[in-house]
Design a protein around this ligand. Structure first.
Ligand code: HEC
Ligand code: HEC
Ligand code: HEC
Ligand code: HEC
Ligand code: HEC
Length: 486
């Protein structure tokens, strides 16, 4: 009969005889308690630190598992077998094949099972939490803080700040999971070696098609009707005059229960497939647009250059062909960097920058559009210039209401800091926003009245195609008072 103590003795003997097992044993003994405590702390949500997760799941966890493997590898396959009898393959084979000898090893089996169960439990706990950790915003954004700070800050300020990075960047399914981990490993190397591009280039290649990710939550074919959009702006005059633009946006639908696809989301109707070729990486220059209707008929619109040259449309080595999806309009659904005017207008509208401070829009604009080499320099300069300018031009106001000026300074600094990242070479308008038509980009890449079919039909640039402008930069627009019933 084997005694439990014999087994433990043989085990220890085996371990001490094999350097491999010995290393493994040290590794597991040291990491086991740390791992157990850390995983529990993490699951309880007690520690919030991206580096903590990284160390636990990507360093200690794998060390523990490697340690275990080493112990058993050492016991079974390495020298010293003769001394450790019961752990060798031959010994076990003998006991498992002969009936009466089998009874003797029951205790051994019992011990092994218990140990294995404990290990499996720890490993699955680690794997489960580790999986969630590598899918968390903390892992994606904060660990690579300096690199992704711009994306993260913009994300925190966006309508999607409660949607995890992975929901859009990876989505459901094993195939994309594996792809993302491979690309993640490459990115980690890029971060460690500092070889990533500044700014990170867009459009992202290899991003999962938006139809897979966005449509897990949004169904534009079920949208309906128009949307009233009120845009607040402030003029660069003494009063920071508040003006408003009011649009009736034809958000439209992809067609649902008898409603035909119409308006802006007509493009994503299952009935319409739009492909286009572009000659640049940023997809700004669109040469050929092909609309394939449900019955298979195709309508081809060519840009002026493509009509003239009639050569291969892809042109340029960075060009390509693409099927239009959500991202051709919503290319910045969550990493929304505003232009300097919009950034200030938003702060003024929220009263983060006080509207009552004379000329603050004008001064703010001048200051945030200057070039700075770092955020610190920008913040210092904004504060110094504003303080001295108001002291000189509005001494009374500043003397009696210092907090007002300080509030304005903080607001203007925030407008800069949230949108410009000198260390990543992201300045105003580094990333184009396609949702609209600033600077002939966005919708006007196609809707310019010059992409035409051979019979002369064009993709409409008519202002009423997409919206009705009810007021444009007006003070107290009449349409809003009518809607207010006043
Ligand atoms: C609502 C969906 C969504 C969420 C949530 C999201 N992203 Fe993105 N992300 C995008 C899209 C869309 C792009 C741009 C794709 C393009 O233009 O090709 C993008 C681009 C990026 C880029 C490239 C640089 C840039 O600014 O365009 C980085 C880096 C990035 N995301 C990181 C993150 C991180 C980190 C998080 C979580 C904090 C996150 N993303 C959350 C949709 C999302
Ligand atoms: C996991 C769910 C989820 C995914 C995936 C997702 N969104 Fe959203 N999205 C939301 C929620 C929730 C809101 C509403 C936020 C609010 O109203 O504050 C929203 C809001 C929006 C809005 C309205 C924003 C506004 O200014 O009101 C747009 C546009 C949008 N999403 C586009 C996208 C696009 C494009 C993608 C794919 C790249 C995407 N979403 C992926 C959940 C999601
Ligand atoms: C042709 C351009 C275009 C395409 C393609 C497009 N959208 Fe939109 N979408 C818009 C515009 C423009 C708006 C209105 C913007 C606003 O409210 O500021 C909008 C609004 C939205 C909204 C907010 C709706 C609301 O009532 O506030 C969501 C959500 C949305 N889109 C999701 C999607 C998704 C998901 C896809 C892809 C399946 C998609 N869109 C494809 C242009 C587009
Ligand atoms: C890649 C090219 C392309 C881009 C970019 C594009 N569109 Fe279109 N759009 C088309 C084509 C093609 C048609 C169909 C024209 C036709 O049949 O005459 C169309 C039609 C429309 C229609 C009319 C739909 C109907 O009811 O028949 C609206 C509205 C529209 N687009 C809005 C937008 C908006 C808003 C944007 C930008 C956010 C935009 N489009 C960006 C290609 C594009
Ligand atoms: C293909 C669709 C389309 C066409 C054509 C179009 N627009 Fe727009 N326009 C948009 C969209 C989309 C927005 C942005 C809505 C948003 O920001 O959410 C917009 C926004 C605007 C705004 C408000 C922008 C701001 O910040 O003040 C004005 C003004 C405007 N358009 C004027 C025009 C005029 C004038 C024309 C005709 C020359 C025109 N648009 C043609 C789609 C279109």
């Amino acid at each position: 009969m084997i005694q439990l103590t014999d087994i433990i003795k043989a085990f220890i003997k085996g371990v001490t005889h094999s350097t491999c097992s010995l290393i493994g044993a040290w590794m597991t003994t040291i990491t086991f308690p740390i791992l157990l405590v850390s995983v529990i702390l993490d699951m309880q949500g007690i520690i919030h630190n991206p580096v903590f997760g990284f160390v636990v799941y990507l360093i200690i966890g794998p060390l523990f598992i490697t340690g275990l493997l080493l112990v058993f590898l050492g016991l079974f396959f390495f020298e010293g077998k003769e001394d450790v009898g019961i752990f060798t393959y031959e010994y076990l084979k003998g006991h498992f094949t002969a009936g009466e000898r089998f009874i003797k090893v029951r205790k051994l089996i019992f011990l092994a099972t218990v140990l294995t169960l404990i290990n499996v439990f720890i490993i699955s706990l680690t794997a489960y939490s580790g999986y969630h950790y590598t899918e968390s915003v903390s892992f994606c954004a904060q660990l690579c803080h300096s690199v992704m700070a711009p994306e993260e800050v913009a994300y925190e300020n966006s309508p999607h700040s409660r949607v995890a990075c992975v929901e859009c960047h990876i989505g459901e399914g094993a195939q994309w999971f594996v792809k993302s981990k491979i690309s993640g490993a490459r990115q980690l190397v890029a971060v460690v070696t500092g070889s990533y591009s500044r700014p990170i280039e867009t459009p992202l290649h290899g991003l999962r098609p938006a139809r897979d990710t966005c449509e897990a939550c949004h169904r534009p074919e079920l949208f309906h009707g128009d949307k009233l959009q009120v845009i607040n702006k402030y003029l660069p005059d003494e009063k920071n005059t508040h003006v408003q633009t009011v649009l009736r946006l034809k958000v439209g639908t992809g067609g649902y229960q008898g409603t035909e696809a119409n308006g802006i989301h007509w493009h994503v109707s299952p009935e319409n497939k739009i492909t286009y070729t572009h000659s640049d990486r940023g997809r700004e220059h669109i040469n050929e647009v092909t609309l394939t209707k449900q019955d298979g008929t195709q309508v081809v619109f060519l840009s002026e250059e493509a009509q003239e040259s009639s050569e291969t449309q892809e042109g340029g080595h960075e060009g390509g062909t693409r099927e239009m999806d959500c991202l051709d309009c919503h290319n910045r659904p969550t990493h929304i960097y505003l232009g300097p005017n919009k950034a200030l207008d938003q702060k003024l509208a929220h009263d983060t920058i006080p509207q009552s401070l004379p000329f603050i829009k004008k001064m703010g604009y001048e200051l945030i559009t200057k070039e700075y080499s770092s955020k610190e320099e920008a913040k210092n300069n904004i504060a110094t210039v504003l303080r001295s300018w108001y002291r000189e031009n509005y001494p009374e106001l500043v003397k009696n209401n210092m907090p007002l000026l300080e509030k304005a300074i903080a607001g203007v600094q925030a407008a800069y800091v949230e949108n410009v990242y000198p260390e990543m070479k992201i300045t105003w308008n580094t990333y184009d926003n396609f949702l609209g038509h600033s600077d002939d980009s966005g919708c006007f890449r196609c809707h310019d009245d010059s992409h035409a079919t051979s019979t002369g039909e064009t993709i409409s640039g008519d202002c009423d195609t997409c919206h009705v402008i009810l007021a444009e930069e007006e003070e107290n627009p009449e349409v809003l008072s009518i809607l207010d019933g006043s």
